[in-house]
Structure formats: C-alpha cells, structure tokens
Design a protein around this ligand. Sequence first.
Ligand code: ARG
Length: 284
Amino acid sequence: MTESRVPRRRRFVVCEPRHFAVQYAINPWMSTGRPVDVIRALDQWQALVDTYRAHGHTVDTVAPVPGLPDMVFAANCAVVVGGRVFGSLFHAPERRPESVPFEAWFKTEGFEVHHPESVCEGEGDLVPAGRWILAGTGFRTTRDAHREVQEFFGVPVISLTLVDPYFYHLDTALFVLDDGTDAEAPGAGGGNIAYYPGAFSPGSREVLERLYPDAVLATREDALAFGLNSVSDGRHVYIAPAARGLAEQLDGRGYVPVPVDLSEFHKAGGGIKCCTQEIRETRS
Ligand code: ARG
C-alpha cells in the first residue's frame, strides 16, 4: 500500500514569525505570562518551510506586520478553492487587522478576494476535502459563514460543531489525509481524514462516522500534542513529533510521517497546519 500513496505538489503561503508573541489570550493555550522565544520560533518555522521545499512544494511568503503577533498563522486568513479566495473576518478584534495584508498579497498575485459578512477564520475552520468542504463552528467561524462559503464556492459545506475549547478550530481536531483526487485513493468523495472524536458534538461525530468509516481516529493525547494540526500531501504527513501514536497509525496506513517540531507555536494554540495556507488552483 505504501507505494500507492502518491504525493501531489502543493502551493503554500506562509508568514514569517518575526513579530510572533503571546500578547493576549483568545484560546486556552495562550497565557500572556509565558514568554515566547522568537529566535526558536523563527528556527522552527524555517525548518517547516525548508521541509516543504525539500519535498517539492512551492512556498510563498507574506511579509509580517509589527503588532500582529498571530499573523504567522496564515491558515486563518482565507480558504482558497479553484483559484477563488474566500477571505477572513476574525472573531477576536486583536486579529481583525490581519485580513488586510493577506488580502493585499492575494491581489498582487492576481486573485480577487471575497469579504465574508460573518465571522470566518479561513482554513482554521474550513477544510476542503475533495468534493465537499468540512466546516467547524462553535468557537470562531459561524454557521452563517458556512452558508456563505457554500454559496460562494458552490461546493457542499458540511457543518461540524466543536465542543472542546482546546480544539477551538477545526484544524486542531481534524485533517485531510487525501482529498480523493490523489492517485489510488478509493475516494468516497471526500477522500479520507484523521480526527479526534472527542472534539465534536455527538451529532457531528455521527456525521463524520457516516462520511468516513475508514478514518484514522486520534487519541486526546495525540490531539493535545497538535498531531491533528498536520498537513498531508497525499503521501507525506508533516506532523508534530510528539504525536507518536498517531504517526504510527499513519505509517500503518501507508503514509510517511515527516516530523516537524513547532512547539514554540503551541504556546499560542497553533501548529503546522495553522502556519500553512494552501492555494488550490483547481476544484476537484
Ligand atoms: N493564537 C491564534 C488564535 O487563537 C492561533 C491560531 C491558530 N490557527 C489555526 N489555524 N488553528 O487565533
């Protein structure tokens, strides 16, 4: 099975953590009393970028803005499907200004950006999964935004309710292993995913069980290690090294775990996926 997993080259957008800090607390991971080591953060972030490039992926960068310490979490600025950009409207007033520099970047790259009417935190809560988009709500992105996303892309949006404040964004509790477009993927429509069931309401758990009977289920321990805040290219899974159990399960399913330590960013409630925005030029 291992040989059948074929990576697809991705285009990512990231933002250097030059101004990274924990200056406010908007999720349970953040504590303003706990200092952040910016040099260490820069090193860890650079290692992630280097790893993506070494695996053949394209990585573009958006210039960081002083006074916006969470800008490194580029995933939150938008969701891009079929070359169309659905922008962000952050829940926390502290993060609202981040939408502006990201939008400016998309425009210089030739993309139009749709402004959401309701609170919406990009790929943090909106996870394109082949023929549909999985969408989280409960802490940040609203159900109204889910409707707006469906209308904008014309792609079915499946709303999932998050119930555990430690997993306040969908991308902390679930990630796409393959999106059904990757070679040899059986492709039930939405590919396959890994997730932590305890992060979801009972009804949403049932939805995930119906859509993904073959999903990889993570333990709370691996989820708390940011194991589900991972990026998969269809073969390699860029994953937090502390999520050992999950990495073993992935290995057993023919994926190749590629450990990348972003522990300095866990202090702000973020990890690998949070730092990675994906530009999807095509619509599957
Ligand atoms: N401190 C940031 C916040 O709470 C972390 C964002 C993490 N991003 C993500 N895609 N989960 O908004």
